[in-house]
Design a protein around this ligand. Sequence first.
Ligand code: NAI
Length: 399
Amino acid sequence: MIIKPIIQGMVARSAHPLGCEQAVLEQIKIAKQSDPIKDGPKKVLILGASSGFGLASRIALTFGGCSADTIGVSLERGPCAKGGASAGWFNNHYFKQHAEASGHIAINIDGDAFAESTRLHVIEAIETYFEGEVDLIIYSLATGARPNPETGELWRSTIKPIGERIKSNLISLEDDRWSDVVLEPATEKEAQTTIKVMGGEDWESWIDTLINSESIAQGCQTIAFSYVGPEVTHPLYLDGTLGRAKIDLHQTSHSLNLKLANYRGGAYATVCKALVTKASVFIPGLTPYMIALYKVMKEKGLHEGCIEQMQRLYRDRLFGQKQVPLDCERLIRMDDWELLPEVQREVSTILTHMNSNNFAQIGDYDGFKSDFLKLNGFNFETIDYMLPVNTDVFINSNN
Ligand code: NAI
Protein backbone atom coordinates (compact mmCIF):
# COMPACT_ATOMS: atom_id res chain seq x y z
CA MET A 1 0.00 0.00 0.00
CA ILE A 2 0.99 3.62 -0.51
CA ILE A 3 1.06 5.44 2.84
CA LYS A 4 0.22 9.13 2.90
CA PRO A 5 0.03 11.47 5.89
CA ILE A 6 -3.48 11.66 7.32
CA ILE A 7 -3.89 14.37 9.95
CA GLN A 8 -7.11 15.04 11.87
CA GLY A 9 -6.88 18.25 13.84
CA MET A 10 -3.67 17.70 15.83
CA VAL A 11 -3.57 13.90 15.52
CA ALA A 12 -1.73 11.85 12.89
CA ARG A 13 -3.79 8.88 11.73
CA SER A 14 -1.09 7.26 9.59
CA ALA A 15 2.62 6.51 9.94
CA HIS A 16 5.26 5.54 7.42
CA PRO A 17 7.53 2.69 8.59
CA LEU A 18 10.54 3.66 6.49
CA GLY A 19 10.26 7.26 7.64
CA CYS A 20 10.04 6.14 11.28
CA GLU A 21 13.23 4.14 10.77
CA GLN A 22 14.81 7.23 9.23
CA ALA A 23 13.78 9.33 12.24
CA VAL A 24 15.31 6.77 14.63
CA LEU A 25 18.50 6.61 12.53
CA GLU A 26 18.84 10.40 12.48
CA GLN A 27 18.62 10.48 16.28
CA ILE A 28 21.15 7.64 16.57
CA LYS A 29 23.52 9.60 14.32
CA ILE A 30 23.20 12.75 16.45
CA ALA A 31 23.79 10.78 19.67
CA LYS A 32 26.88 9.08 18.21
CA GLN A 33 28.34 12.38 17.00
CA SER A 34 27.72 14.25 20.26
CA ASP A 35 30.17 14.57 23.12
CA PRO A 36 29.68 11.31 25.02
CA ILE A 37 27.77 10.69 28.23
CA LYS A 38 30.28 9.55 30.84
CA ASP A 39 29.71 7.35 33.90
CA GLY A 40 26.16 6.70 32.74
CA PRO A 41 23.77 3.89 33.65
CA LYS A 42 23.94 0.40 32.16
CA LYS A 43 20.46 -1.00 32.79
CA VAL A 44 17.67 1.42 32.08
CA LEU A 45 13.89 1.13 32.32
CA ILE A 46 11.96 3.68 30.25
CA LEU A 47 8.23 4.11 30.83
CA GLY A 48 6.95 5.83 27.68
CA ALA A 49 9.81 4.72 25.44
CA SER A 50 8.30 4.90 21.97
CA SER A 51 8.36 8.61 21.19
CA GLY A 52 9.31 12.11 22.35
CA PHE A 53 11.62 12.39 25.36
CA GLY A 54 11.37 8.69 26.22
CA LEU A 55 12.61 7.53 22.81
CA ALA A 56 15.29 10.23 22.70
CA SER A 57 16.46 9.15 26.18
CA ARG A 58 16.66 5.56 25.05
CA ILE A 59 18.70 6.50 21.98
CA ALA A 60 21.02 8.86 23.89
CA LEU A 61 21.73 6.29 26.61
CA THR A 62 22.30 3.46 24.13
CA PHE A 63 24.27 5.26 21.42
CA GLY A 64 25.45 8.48 23.06
CA GLY A 65 28.35 7.20 25.11
CA CYS A 66 27.33 4.89 27.94
CA SER A 67 26.11 1.88 25.92
CA ALA A 68 23.12 1.17 28.13
CA ASP A 69 20.81 -1.79 27.71
CA THR A 70 17.14 -0.82 27.88
CA ILE A 71 13.68 -2.11 28.64
CA GLY A 72 11.06 0.19 27.09
CA VAL A 73 7.36 0.23 27.97
CA SER A 74 4.83 1.93 25.72
CA LEU A 75 1.25 1.66 24.57
CA GLU A 76 1.12 1.62 20.80
CA ARG A 77 -1.10 0.32 18.02
CA GLY A 78 0.50 -2.72 16.41
CA PRO A 79 0.10 -3.71 12.76
CA CYS A 80 -2.89 -5.76 11.62
CA ALA A 81 -4.50 -6.85 8.37
CA LYS A 82 -6.79 -3.79 8.39
CA GLY A 83 -4.10 -1.15 8.73
CA GLY A 84 -0.64 -0.03 9.68
CA ALA A 85 0.84 0.41 13.10
CA SER A 86 1.34 3.68 14.98
CA ALA A 87 4.58 5.63 14.63
CA GLY A 88 5.59 4.63 18.16
CA TRP A 89 5.26 0.94 17.28
CA PHE A 90 7.54 1.38 14.27
CA ASN A 91 9.98 3.41 16.39
CA ASN A 92 10.17 0.54 18.89
CA HIS A 93 10.61 -1.98 16.10
CA TYR A 94 13.50 -0.12 14.45
CA PHE A 95 15.14 1.00 17.68
CA LYS A 96 15.33 -2.63 18.78
CA GLN A 97 16.69 -3.73 15.41
CA HIS A 98 19.49 -1.13 15.39
CA ALA A 99 20.30 -1.46 19.10
CA GLU A 100 20.59 -5.25 18.83
CA ALA A 101 22.71 -4.95 15.69
CA SER A 102 25.15 -2.91 17.81
CA GLY A 103 25.20 -5.52 20.55
CA HIS A 104 22.76 -3.95 23.03
CA ILE A 105 19.85 -5.51 24.85
CA ALA A 106 16.63 -3.73 23.85
CA ILE A 107 13.40 -5.20 25.19
CA ASN A 108 10.09 -3.68 24.08
CA ILE A 109 7.06 -4.21 26.28
CA ASP A 110 3.93 -3.02 24.54
CA GLY A 111 1.36 -2.69 27.30
CA ASP A 112 -0.56 -0.33 29.52
CA ALA A 113 1.86 1.08 32.11
CA PHE A 114 -1.08 1.39 34.53
CA ALA A 115 -1.92 -2.34 34.38
CA GLU A 116 -0.66 -4.77 37.03
CA SER A 117 0.15 -7.29 34.28
CA THR A 118 2.58 -4.82 32.67
CA ARG A 119 4.37 -4.33 35.99
CA LEU A 120 4.77 -8.09 36.38
CA HIS A 121 6.04 -8.32 32.82
CA VAL A 122 8.61 -5.57 33.51
CA ILE A 123 9.83 -7.24 36.72
CA GLU A 124 10.17 -10.52 34.84
CA ALA A 125 12.17 -8.78 32.08
CA ILE A 126 14.45 -7.13 34.67
CA GLU A 127 15.08 -10.59 36.19
CA THR A 128 15.71 -12.22 32.84
CA TYR A 129 17.78 -9.59 31.04
CA PHE A 130 19.18 -7.28 33.73
CA GLU A 131 20.17 -9.80 36.42
CA GLY A 132 17.36 -8.45 38.59
CA GLU A 133 18.20 -4.73 38.89
CA VAL A 134 17.90 -1.39 37.08
CA ASP A 135 20.10 1.64 37.65
CA LEU A 136 17.94 4.31 35.96
CA ILE A 137 14.15 4.60 35.66
CA ILE A 138 12.81 7.23 33.27
CA TYR A 139 9.14 8.11 33.70
CA SER A 140 8.04 9.69 30.39
CA LEU A 141 4.37 8.82 30.04
CA ALA A 142 2.02 11.34 28.46
CA THR A 143 -1.59 10.28 28.42
CA GLY A 144 -5.13 11.52 28.72
CA ALA A 145 -6.47 8.94 31.16
CA ARG A 146 -5.46 6.64 34.01
CA PRO A 147 -7.58 4.05 35.77
CA ASN A 148 -8.12 4.34 39.50
CA PRO A 149 -6.12 1.28 40.66
CA GLU A 150 -8.79 0.47 43.27
CA THR A 151 -11.99 0.78 41.24
CA GLY A 152 -10.81 0.69 37.61
CA GLU A 153 -12.81 3.87 36.99
CA LEU A 154 -10.97 6.21 34.59
CA TRP A 155 -9.57 9.55 35.72
CA ARG A 156 -9.28 11.87 32.73
CA SER A 157 -6.92 14.79 32.34
CA THR A 158 -8.04 18.09 30.90
CA ILE A 159 -5.90 20.89 29.55
CA LYS A 160 -7.57 24.04 30.83
CA PRO A 161 -6.78 27.24 32.70
CA ILE A 162 -7.72 27.51 36.37
CA GLY A 163 -9.78 30.35 37.78
CA GLU A 164 -10.39 32.45 34.69
CA ARG A 165 -11.26 31.80 31.07
CA ILE A 166 -8.55 32.81 28.63
CA LYS A 167 -8.55 33.82 25.00
CA SER A 168 -5.96 32.11 22.88
CA ASN A 169 -5.19 30.85 19.38
CA LEU A 170 -5.00 27.45 17.77
CA ILE A 171 -3.20 26.49 14.58
CA SER A 172 -4.66 23.33 13.07
CA LEU A 173 -2.03 20.99 11.62
CA GLU A 174 -4.75 19.48 9.45
CA ASP A 175 -5.40 22.58 7.35
CA ASP A 176 -2.75 25.03 8.60
CA ARG A 177 -5.45 27.42 9.82
CA TRP A 178 -5.25 29.85 12.69
CA SER A 179 -8.34 30.26 14.83
CA ASP A 180 -9.34 32.16 17.94
CA VAL A 181 -10.36 30.09 20.90
CA VAL A 182 -11.73 30.75 24.37
CA LEU A 183 -10.57 28.25 26.97
CA GLU A 184 -13.03 27.88 29.83
CA PRO A 185 -11.60 27.37 33.32
CA ALA A 186 -11.43 23.85 34.74
CA THR A 187 -13.67 22.75 37.55
CA GLU A 188 -11.92 21.70 40.76
CA LYS A 189 -12.75 18.08 39.91
CA GLU A 190 -11.08 18.42 36.48
CA ALA A 191 -7.98 19.89 38.11
CA GLN A 192 -7.88 17.01 40.60
CA THR A 193 -8.29 14.28 37.98
CA THR A 194 -5.54 15.87 35.85
CA ILE A 195 -3.23 15.58 38.86
CA LYS A 196 -4.19 11.90 39.13
CA VAL A 197 -3.26 11.32 35.47
CA MET A 198 -0.22 13.57 34.96
CA GLY A 199 1.01 14.15 38.52
CA GLY A 200 3.45 12.03 40.48
CA GLU A 201 1.25 9.29 41.95
CA ASP A 202 1.83 6.68 39.27
CA TRP A 203 5.58 7.47 39.10
CA GLU A 204 5.78 6.86 42.85
CA SER A 205 3.79 3.64 42.63
CA TRP A 206 6.16 2.33 39.91
CA ILE A 207 9.17 3.05 42.13
CA ASP A 208 7.42 1.39 45.10
CA THR A 209 6.71 -1.66 42.94
CA LEU A 210 10.38 -1.87 41.92
CA ILE A 211 11.57 -1.39 45.50
CA ASN A 212 9.22 -4.17 46.65
CA SER A 213 10.44 -6.52 43.94
CA GLU A 214 14.06 -5.72 44.91
CA SER A 215 14.77 -4.47 41.39
CA ILE A 216 16.60 -1.27 42.40
CA ALA A 217 20.39 -1.27 42.01
CA GLN A 218 22.71 0.66 44.32
CA GLY A 219 23.03 4.21 42.98
CA CYS A 220 19.73 3.95 41.05
CA GLN A 221 18.28 7.25 39.86
CA THR A 222 14.84 8.13 38.56
CA ILE A 223 13.65 11.13 36.56
CA ALA A 224 10.36 12.43 35.19
CA PHE A 225 9.79 15.35 32.84
CA SER A 226 8.12 18.67 33.49
CA TYR A 227 7.49 22.03 31.87
CA VAL A 228 7.46 25.51 33.37
CA GLY A 229 7.77 27.97 30.46
CA PRO A 230 7.90 31.77 30.42
CA GLU A 231 5.19 34.00 31.87
CA VAL A 232 3.35 34.34 28.58
CA THR A 233 2.50 30.61 28.70
CA HIS A 234 1.62 30.48 32.41
CA PRO A 235 -2.16 31.03 32.07
CA LEU A 236 -2.24 28.07 29.66
CA TYR A 237 0.23 25.81 31.37
CA LEU A 238 1.88 26.49 34.72
CA ASP A 239 -1.18 28.16 36.28
CA GLY A 240 -3.56 25.69 34.61
CA THR A 241 -4.45 22.05 35.15
CA LEU A 242 -1.23 20.68 33.63
CA GLY A 243 0.89 22.99 35.77
CA ARG A 244 -0.87 21.75 38.90
CA ALA A 245 -0.10 18.19 37.89
CA LYS A 246 3.54 19.10 37.28
CA ILE A 247 3.82 20.73 40.71
CA ASP A 248 2.54 17.47 42.17
CA LEU A 249 5.23 15.66 40.12
CA HIS A 250 7.90 18.00 41.51
CA GLN A 251 6.74 17.22 45.07
CA THR A 252 6.80 13.50 44.32
CA SER A 253 10.44 13.81 43.25
CA HIS A 254 11.30 14.88 46.80
CA SER A 255 9.66 11.88 48.45
CA LEU A 256 11.17 9.51 45.89
CA ASN A 257 14.56 11.10 46.50
CA LEU A 258 14.29 10.11 50.16
CA LYS A 259 13.30 6.55 49.24
CA LEU A 260 16.17 6.17 46.77
CA ALA A 261 18.66 7.67 49.23
CA ASN A 262 18.52 4.21 50.84
CA TYR A 263 20.24 2.98 47.67
CA ARG A 264 22.61 5.96 47.39
CA GLY A 265 20.45 7.08 44.46
CA GLY A 266 18.20 10.03 43.71
CA ALA A 267 15.00 11.25 42.07
CA TYR A 268 14.63 14.40 40.01
CA ALA A 269 11.92 16.23 38.09
CA THR A 270 13.55 17.58 34.93
CA VAL A 271 12.15 20.72 33.34
CA CYS A 272 12.50 20.54 29.56
CA LYS A 273 12.13 22.87 26.63
CA ALA A 274 8.83 23.06 24.70
CA LEU A 275 9.23 20.69 21.76
CA VAL A 276 7.02 19.18 19.08
CA THR A 277 5.84 15.76 20.21
CA LYS A 278 2.63 13.77 19.85
CA ALA A 279 1.62 15.05 23.30
CA SER A 280 2.65 18.72 23.13
CA VAL A 281 0.86 19.61 19.89
CA PHE A 282 -2.32 18.78 21.76
CA ILE A 283 -1.95 21.65 24.23
CA PRO A 284 -4.37 24.36 23.08
CA GLY A 285 -2.77 27.74 22.61
CA LEU A 286 0.84 26.58 22.87
CA THR A 287 1.52 26.39 19.12
CA PRO A 288 1.89 30.17 18.49
CA TYR A 289 4.43 30.33 21.33
CA MET A 290 6.30 27.30 20.02
CA ILE A 291 6.62 28.57 16.45
CA ALA A 292 7.93 31.91 17.76
CA LEU A 293 10.35 30.06 20.05
CA TYR A 294 11.60 27.78 17.25
CA LYS A 295 12.21 30.80 15.03
CA VAL A 296 14.25 32.66 17.65
CA MET A 297 16.21 29.67 18.98
CA LYS A 298 17.11 28.50 15.47
CA GLU A 299 18.27 32.00 14.50
CA LYS A 300 20.44 32.15 17.61
CA GLY A 301 21.86 28.65 17.06
CA LEU A 302 20.30 27.50 20.36
CA HIS A 303 17.60 25.18 19.06
CA GLU A 304 17.60 21.60 20.32
CA GLY A 305 15.32 18.73 19.37
CA CYS A 306 14.40 15.93 21.79
CA ILE A 307 17.63 14.04 21.15
CA GLU A 308 19.90 17.04 21.74
CA GLN A 309 17.98 17.88 24.97
CA MET A 310 18.27 14.34 26.28
CA GLN A 311 21.94 13.94 25.32
CA ARG A 312 22.75 17.19 27.17
CA LEU A 313 20.62 16.12 30.16
CA TYR A 314 22.45 12.83 30.68
CA ARG A 315 25.89 14.18 29.78
CA ASP A 316 25.95 17.55 31.56
CA ARG A 317 23.45 17.13 34.36
CA LEU A 318 22.58 13.65 35.56
CA PHE A 319 25.85 11.77 34.99
CA GLY A 320 29.57 12.50 34.95
CA GLN A 321 29.23 15.39 37.47
CA LYS A 322 30.33 15.51 41.09
CA GLN A 323 26.78 16.64 41.93
CA VAL A 324 23.62 16.93 39.86
CA PRO A 325 23.15 20.69 39.25
CA LEU A 326 19.73 21.75 40.58
CA ASP A 327 17.78 24.99 41.02
CA CYS A 328 16.45 26.20 44.36
CA GLU A 329 13.40 23.93 44.03
CA ARG A 330 15.56 20.84 43.39
CA LEU A 331 14.66 20.78 39.70
CA ILE A 332 17.02 19.92 36.86
CA ARG A 333 16.64 22.75 34.34
CA MET A 334 16.96 21.88 30.67
CA ASP A 335 14.85 24.92 29.76
CA ASP A 336 17.78 27.23 30.56
CA TRP A 337 18.32 28.23 26.92
CA GLU A 338 14.57 28.62 26.23
CA LEU A 339 14.25 31.01 29.16
CA LEU A 340 17.27 33.21 28.36
CA PRO A 341 16.08 36.86 28.56
CA GLU A 342 17.37 37.61 25.04
CA VAL A 343 15.38 34.64 23.66
CA GLN A 344 12.19 35.54 25.50
CA ARG A 345 12.42 39.24 24.54
CA GLU A 346 12.39 38.32 20.85
CA VAL A 347 9.71 35.67 21.31
CA SER A 348 7.46 38.28 22.99
CA THR A 349 7.98 40.74 20.13
CA ILE A 350 7.02 38.09 17.58
CA LEU A 351 3.96 37.07 19.57
CA THR A 352 2.77 40.67 19.83
CA HIS A 353 2.71 40.91 16.04
CA MET A 354 1.54 37.38 15.21
CA ASN A 355 -1.89 36.94 13.63
CA SER A 356 -3.86 34.70 11.29
CA ASN A 357 -2.23 36.20 8.18
CA ASN A 358 1.42 36.24 9.14
CA PHE A 359 2.02 33.35 11.61
CA ALA A 360 3.73 31.21 8.97
CA GLN A 361 6.07 34.05 7.99
CA ILE A 362 7.03 35.48 11.36
CA GLY A 363 7.06 32.16 13.23
CA ASP A 364 8.74 28.89 12.25
CA TYR A 365 5.50 27.14 11.31
CA ASP A 366 7.25 25.19 8.51
CA GLY A 367 9.81 23.82 10.99
CA PHE A 368 7.06 22.96 13.48
CA LYS A 369 4.94 21.15 10.88
CA SER A 370 7.94 19.39 9.41
CA ASP A 371 8.90 18.06 12.86
CA PHE A 372 5.33 16.84 13.35
CA LEU A 373 5.32 15.05 9.99
CA LYS A 374 8.71 13.51 10.76
CA LEU A 375 7.39 12.18 14.08
CA ASN A 376 5.09 10.08 11.94
CA GLY A 377 7.66 9.10 9.32
CA PHE A 378 6.83 11.71 6.68
CA ASN A 379 8.74 14.56 5.07
CA PHE A 380 12.06 12.76 4.67
CA GLU A 381 13.71 13.65 1.35
CA THR A 382 15.40 10.27 1.08
CA ILE A 383 12.11 8.37 0.98
CA ASP A 384 9.95 7.96 -2.11
CA TYR A 385 6.46 8.17 -0.65
CA MET A 386 4.88 7.13 -3.95
CA LEU A 387 6.34 3.63 -3.61
CA PRO A 388 4.04 1.06 -2.00
CA VAL A 389 5.09 -0.45 1.34
CA ASN A 390 4.39 -4.06 2.26
CA THR A 391 3.04 -3.63 5.79
CA ASP A 392 2.19 -7.34 6.08
CA VAL A 393 5.82 -8.05 6.94
CA PHE A 394 5.32 -6.31 10.28
CA ILE A 395 2.38 -8.50 11.30
CA ASN A 396 3.62 -11.19 13.69
CA SER A 397 7.10 -9.65 13.57
CA ASN A 398 9.05 -9.96 16.77
CA ASN A 399 8.98 -6.53 18.43
P1 NAI B 1 4.95 11.52 23.73
O1 NAI B 1 3.49 11.53 23.42
O2 NAI B 1 5.90 11.71 22.62
O3 NAI B 1 5.32 10.14 24.50
C1 NAI B 1 4.47 9.57 25.43
C2 NAI B 1 4.85 8.13 25.67
O4 NAI B 1 3.97 7.59 26.66
C3 NAI B 1 4.71 7.22 24.44
O5 NAI B 1 5.80 6.33 24.42
C4 NAI B 1 3.43 6.44 24.71
O6 NAI B 1 3.37 5.15 24.09
C5 NAI B 1 3.52 6.31 26.22
N1 NAI B 1 2.24 6.01 26.87
C6 NAI B 1 1.14 6.79 26.94
N2 NAI B 1 0.18 6.16 27.67
C7 NAI B 1 0.70 4.96 28.06
C8 NAI B 1 0.22 3.89 28.82
N3 NAI B 1 -1.00 3.89 29.37
N4 NAI B 1 1.03 2.81 29.01
C9 NAI B 1 2.27 2.78 28.47
N5 NAI B 1 2.79 3.79 27.75
C10 NAI B 1 2.02 4.87 27.53
O7 NAI B 1 5.13 12.63 24.88
P2 NAI B 1 6.36 13.55 25.37
O8 NAI B 1 6.12 14.93 24.90
O9 NAI B 1 7.66 12.90 25.14
O10 NAI B 1 6.03 13.58 26.93
C11 NAI B 1 6.74 12.86 27.91
C12 NAI B 1 6.78 13.69 29.19
O11 NAI B 1 7.52 14.88 28.94
C13 NAI B 1 5.40 14.16 29.68
O12 NAI B 1 5.37 14.08 31.08
C14 NAI B 1 5.33 15.60 29.23
O13 NAI B 1 4.46 16.38 30.02
C15 NAI B 1 6.79 16.00 29.43
N6 NAI B 1 7.22 17.22 28.75
C16 NAI B 1 7.02 17.39 27.41
C17 NAI B 1 7.41 18.57 26.79
C18 NAI B 1 7.20 18.80 25.33
O14 NAI B 1 7.32 19.95 24.89
N7 NAI B 1 6.93 17.78 24.54
C19 NAI B 1 8.08 19.65 27.55
C20 NAI B 1 8.33 19.31 28.92
C21 NAI B 1 7.88 18.16 29.50
